[in-house]
Ligand binder design. Sequence first.
Ligand code: GLU
Length: 433
Amino acid sequence: MLRFAPSPTGDMHIGNLRVAIFNYIVSKQINEDLVIRIEDTDTERNIEGKDKEILEILNLFSIEYKNVVHQSDSLKYHQKIALQLMTQKKAFACFCSDEKLDELREESIKNGKPFRYDGFCETLSDELVLNTNAPFTVRIKKPEHNIKFTDLLKGDFDYAPFDVDSFIILRQDKTPTYNYACAVDDMIMDISIVIRGEDHVSNTPKQIHIRESLGYDKEIKYVHLPIILNAQTGKKMSKRDDASSVKWLIEEGFLPSAIANYLVLMGNKTPTEIFTLEEAIEWFKIENVSKSSAKFDIDKLKFINRKHIEMLDEMRLSKILGFADADLGKLGKLYLEEASTIKEIKEKIDLIFAAKTTCEGFEEEFIKLQECLKNAPFFDDYEELKTYITEKTSLKGKNLFKPLRYILTGRDNGPNISDVYPFIKNYIGEIIK
Ligand code: GLU
């Protein structure tokens, strides 16, 4: 079983979507189920509705999964298992106050050392614990040996007990911490391979330690995906980069198929540049993904988006644009000369249908042309329409073409009118309002 484990704490980041896509592809390749686990135990950071939004995004990208679980539903399990660890003296109650821990932290900073728990509560007797009427957290005892694991991309890791530390598994309110809930759930769900972002590398030895303390000896494979850098600035794609938000990219008119294509292509060896997720399942190799940071280049995504729009069936494109006529899908493709997203294409088509009152510099010609077009019969062929207008209005050269282009497309540049006309000829009545 594989899992995608998003926290409902903000807009879905492209790095997270990349993790979801890779989990989906690998689950298909090895024929194991994929489960979506919403990691919602940090109630202060949860944002209402983000879980739904995440699932909507997964559906939009056609990421199939077996079911969705909310981690908070397993609270009782998490508490019960923590109690088991306490009974076995593998975990202990810690009464240290935030103030005391802050002092310890400051002292470590002063000495240039990383902060570690000083072990004070580890040796308290059961009687003392029972008779202490103060809030407490539950800490797991640090391991007695090094924790080692191999990452499929990054190779071997080896953590000393000091680095794993005696860390908190239940907060004072007895909710589980991320590392603890995650480690227990990966065990209960019988996860075989964890694919996640590299910001979690240092959490992995803690999670392995938790499972070892529980006597779970099945080895879980790990893949930590490198962070994504903004190709333009060379910095990590942070929340401040609009393009880091999947929602933003969709709203801007990037097709899910193009975004998915790019997230798989980025920092990877692929047999072709343009592909669908279904195709990627055939050849994708997680070991081929580069272990150095991937670079996100919005211009490259625009190029890929144009290719995916080109590949769309015209009726489908028309529907995405808000119409239901294959001709308008064809018209949309014509605009790929100058537009890269659905939003940009839609803006161009909306201009065609927008009300036009005059054409600057050609005010009289505009009125003449408008009158002429209103009374004109239907012309299937643009050349015939042109001949008709020329005869009726006696306009020629730029006095004809500038206002005509403007009346028909709402702009004074763009593709040739002779190329646009076949797709708008059935709408002349609506265009000349
Ligand atoms: N909930 C974690 C996150 O969104 C993911 C943890 C994991 O995949 O183990 O970063």
